[in-house]
Design a protein around this ligand. Structure first.
Ligand SMILES: *Cc1c(COP(=O)(O)O)cnc(C)c1O
Length: 391
């Protein structure tokens, strides 16, 4: 016998995978489609065209069959050679991933460590690149998913661009859809992303767009699966170098059409409002946020209050409500924060449910507060009642 509560259904409030919307689920898995056909090439071409505006570029991205980290790896193998000096900003688990990838590919890797929960300052970054002027490339995140911080790239990148001649590569895997990224205008050389975050697909696709500067500075390293020269040559015609995750590409087209139909500006606005609602909700029940500034619009990292075991809270939410929130990653944050993601296809009602279940969980874990205060504050933000107190 399965004694699971039949009235509950699983819900995701973790920063990837995110809930899959109907428009994506409704794409019929047509097993009879072959990827070497004009029909499929047209789907690839449409995806490339519709993805580029989310990255703020005219450079159409390569679509790779891999998780997001595959696109990070593609950036490194195509843009760096062993022994090249490269710079990494490490402000969390994903900054650490850039560092590990660069080291795995035997780059001379210099790291700017940023305290968890903070963004690198423009001055620190300028001093960092000044110290390493001959570096081939700089790698950083847009949204550091482990800490809930969005690095203010609109400020950072143009300032860096004036002082740094190397390539600037941005991991925007959890940022796309939640934040506007202006790759061309700010001067980014490569933007990478993936399917299971803002775009509401299952995991399995990764994207990378590169500037003309990046294409002019390809590395001499040997490479095979992630050889972007081959992808670019082929994908210009809608062809992929290898067998792609065909159904995911079909689903991607559906998601992108839905997002563009709604309007890309409104997609950003939607995420901004939910992020503001999450912060207001947390504050209303006496919770502190983990970052002090530069709040992500993709997820809100909330400190677990004194007396509550964060790991227990996440477990309770999963076990009693079948709801998935993410906890803190790594020794520094484990058990100390809860990450409430509002990325991708999460509507206001799902979001209010997320806020409510977080309250249920905190209540069950013994935290004292007025049940419903967080939901109320979040509803006020979503309904626009709080317009005058915008943070
Ligand atoms: C999710 C994520 C990744 C990639 O993770 P995969 O599991 O490889 O898809 C990389 N960077 C950031 C900032 C992310 O949020």
């Amino acid at each position: 016998m399965n004694y699971k509560d039949p009235f509950l259904r699983p819900r995701l409030f973790c920063p990837g995978p995110t809930p899959i919307p109907r428009v994506v689920n409704d794409v019929t898995a047509d097993a009879q489609i072959y990827h070497r056909t004009g029909d499929f090439y047209n789907i690839v071409l449409r995806c490339r065209k519709l993805l580029a505006p989310f990255m703020g570029t005219k450079q159409e991205p390569a679509i790779l069959t891999a998780s997001g980290s595959g696109a990070m790896e593609a950036a490194i193998v195509n843009l760096t050679a062993a022994k090249d000096k490269v710079l990494v900003v490490n402000g969390g688990k994903f900054g650490e991933r850039w560092q590990q990838l660069c080291q795995a590919y035997e780059c001379d890797t210099k790291v700017l460590s940023v305290p968890y929960g903070e963004s690198p300052s423009v001055n620190d970054l300028l001093a960092f690149v000044d110290k390493h002027r001959n570096a081939k490339a700089l790698f950083l995140q847009a949204n550091e998913t482990s800490t809930g911080v969005f690095f203010p790239l609109g400020e950072i990148i143009p300032a860096l661009r004036k002082k740094f001649a190397g390539l600037i590569v941005v991991d925007a895997i959890s940022a796309l859809c939640a934040h506007e990224i202006k790759m061309d205008e700010w001067g980014i050389d490569a933007v990478v992303s993936g399917s299971q975050k803002g775009f509401g697909l299952p995991p399995g696709l990764a994207f990378i767009s590169m500037s003309q500067r990046a294409w002019n500075n390809l590395s001499t390293r040997g490479r095979y699966y992630f050889d972007l020269r081959i992808e670019e040559k082929n994908q210009k015609e809608g062809k992929t170098a290898w067998t792609p995750a065909i159904t995911l590409v079909q689903q991607l087209a559906a998601a992108l059409e839905a997002l563009h139909g709604f309007g890309i500006e409104r997609v950003f606005e939607h995420h901004e409002v939910l992020a503001r609602a999450a912060r207001a909700g947390a504050a209303a029940i006496g919770l502190e946020l983990f970052p002090k500034a530069n709040f992500s619009h993709a997820l809100t990292a909330i400190k677990v209050p004194k007396g509550v075991d964060g790991s227990q809270l996440i477990k309770t939410l999963q076990k009693d409500y079948q709801v998935t929130f993410a906890g803190g990653q790594g020794d520094e944050l484990k058990g100390k924060i809860v990450r409430f993601a509002h990325l991708g296809f999460i509507d206001s009602l799902d979001f209010i449910g997320g806020m409510a279940v977080l309250e249920f969980g905190l209540h069950a874990c013994g935290y004292k507060f007025e049940l419903g205060d967080g939901v109320k504050a979040a509803m006020q933000v979503i309904s626009g009642l709080d317009n005058k107190i915008r943070s």
